[in-house]
Design a protein around this ligand. Structure first.
Ligand code: PHE
Length: 552
């Protein structure tokens, strides 16, 4: 008997669950297949009726999970340790207090309207899931300028410590490389690799790309900028003299130059108007009393029927029973939370290494805009605190908040060892290196060190391996894939494969449960994945019960 597509799909669905049906639909061409397709919840609205779920943590993963579960009809409660939603998504403003676990506090006194996103601070356009939620929740976005060619690069050990402008470094490097390639072609060094035709084409290309003159020489280019810009009358301007190749290669002077070539750093990038925390607050508004603040989890127990979560609220010990738990707490915190979570997961919590990213931010006159034509973007130094990150909001206003120093303290022990004043001094020094004379304009410093923040104790998963084996993920030189936190583990890491399996009624979520580590996109995707796993379990449990009724 020929099967209709519909009954075929429902049979696939019965046998293999929603995900199988989903794949079959894609295979039949009934669903769009896009590389960037946002993950979707495959269960039907209302399918969660009568099922209680507790979500641990109101970071992006927890909020997305709760939002989707509610649509499916589940009875959801989110337990959040802090008095605010967002987790690492944290925007600090004047009047806020930053408190570390060592008891130290900083009071932020920035002018009204200024803020710093000490956690996530950019949304790549290739992250459709989190951008999709911004659209749905009405979070207004603006462009985040990740790269400007007016930014500076500096290295104490190269070029006498003199800063160079990005457009010059980029274009002079390109010119020199093109000239060398052109020379090799002319000398016939590549004749075995290129046909005569392609050789001619390549020469044409290099003349344009370099740009090179007829003789194949790079003699500078207006792409690299002007020593003195052109004006009216007979003022034709003076081109900058090319930086010689030796200097460009000196002490990796070019580090930072390729930063925005990374897949997730390319224009166009976005940020919410008013602060990254507009995202969690929009979720929180939508979820209302589903999110219980000031409710740190004390223990996670399995009851046989589901879970029992012990927590405190205003100092009172409470407990909550649920059929399932989506656990979106950081692994650093789970490690020290008493629980019935199975041994293989606990071993992962034990062995995992987190990065301890920090950011130092200052309020200042916008000297970068007013004196250097720099509007947004990042700058890099090779020694000291790096990168510098200028605000994309409030362009052309008088003052702003900039970052000087954003890196992993695990990779910068020299920095980690300093006291707070020493850290601020180093941060100020970086500005002085890049913008001599401007360091003294920096005021009201604030630092967030994620390794010292309660309920986080780390910024993001660095490796599933212990510290001594964890590969370095330096943020200061954000030039290549190997340094991307998302590359901190491979797809086949057995720890990861374990972590994304439900532990009975407990399903883990968070960017660490995705291949997009250290991005809100990863957190959102992992939440959708967890919700689908949960819906699958509920469906199976219902089926088993129905079969029991029929047979019994
Ligand atoms: N998403 C974070 C950021 O944009 C951390 C990160 C840094 C992720 C570099 C990938 C590469 O800063």
């Amino acid at each position: 008997m020929a099967l209709s597509r519909r009954s075929f799909l429902s049979r696939v669905g019965q046998a293999g669950g929603y995900s199988a049906a989903f794949l079959a639909m894609q295979g039949l061409g009934l669903m769009e297949m896009r590389a960037e397709a946002p993950a979707e919840v495959a269960a039907a609205p209302g399918s969660g009726k009568g099922v209680k779920v507790v979500v641990l943590g109101a970071g992006i993963a927890g909020l997305v999970a709760a939002y989707e579960l509610r649509i499916l009809g589940y009875d959801v409660t989110v337990l959040e340790a802090r008095e605010r939603p967002g987790g690492r998504n944290w925007s600090v403003r004047g009047g806020d207090t930053v408190k570390f676990m060592d008891g130290s506090t900083q009071r932020c006194t920035w002018d009204a309207g200024h803020y710093q996103n000490f956690g996530p601070a950019r949304l790549p356009s290739i992250h459709p899931t989190i951008l999709g939620y911004c659209r749905k929740l009405g979070v207004e976005l603006q462009v985040e300028v990740n790269m400007t060619r007016s930014a500076h690069l500096q290295n104490d050990n190269a070029n006498g410590g003199k800063p160079a402008v990005m457009r010059q470094v980029v274009n002079d490097t390109r010119g020199h490389v093109s000239e060398l390639l052109s020379k090799s072609l002319r000398q016939g060094a590549l004749d075995a690799d290129l046909s005569a035709d392609d050789k001619t084409r390549m020469m044409d290309f290099l003349r344009m790309y370099g740009p090179l003159d007829e003789a194949g020489k790079y003699g500078g280019s207006d792409r690299a900028g002007y020593a003195k810009t052109a004006g009216a009358g007979d003022d034709t301007g003076v081109l900058s003299t090319p930086i010689d190749m030796h200097t460009l290669l000196d002490e990796s002077f070019w580090q930072g130059m390729l930063f925005d070539e990374q897949f997730d750093m390319q224009a166009t990038m976005f940020q919410p108007v008013g602060g990254m925390d507009r995202i969690p607050y929009a979720f929180a508004k939508s979820l209302g009393t589903i999110v219980q603040y000031g409710s740190p989890v004390a223990e996670i127990r399995k009851t046989g029927k589901g879970v029992r979560i012990g927590y405190t609220q205003s100092g009172v010990t409470k407990s909550l029973d649920a059929d399932y738990c989506i656990c979106a707490m950081p692994l650093t915190i789970l490690k020290n939370t008493p629980s019935d979570i199975s041994a293989p997961y606990k071993k992962i919590f034990e062995q995992t290494t987190y990065a301890n990213a920090y950011k130092v931010a200052w309020e200042s006159r916008r000297f970068w805009e007013q004196d250097d034509n720099i509007y947004g973007g990042l700058e890099f130094v090779n020694v000291g605190c790096s990168p510098i990150w200028f605000p994309s909001a409030g362009l052309f206003s008088e003052r702003g908040v900039l970052v000087s120093g954003y890196s992993d303290e695990n990779d910068n022990e020299w920095f980690a060892k300093l006291d707070q004043q020493g850290k601020f001094a180093e941060s100020r020094k970086s500005i002085e290196r890049l913008h001599p004379g401007r360091g003294k304009e920096l005021e009201k410093p604030m630092i967030v060190e994620w390794g010292k923040v309660a309920y986080n104790e780390g910024s993001w998963l660095r490796s599933f391996a212990p510290r001594e084996k964890a590969p370095g993920v330096a943020l200061t030189r954000q030039t290549g894939q190997a340094r991307n936190p998302a590359a901190a583990r491979t797809e086949t890491d057995p720890a990861y494969e374990q972590l994304i399996q439900p532990d009975g009624p407990i399903i883990f979520a968070g960017d660490h449960c995705s291949h997009v580590v250290a991005w809100q996109e990863g957190a959102a995707l992992s939440a959708l994945y967890a919700v689908n796993q949960l819906a699958e379990k509920v469906k199976m449990a219902r089926l088993t019960e129905a079969m029991g009724n029929v047979l019994g």
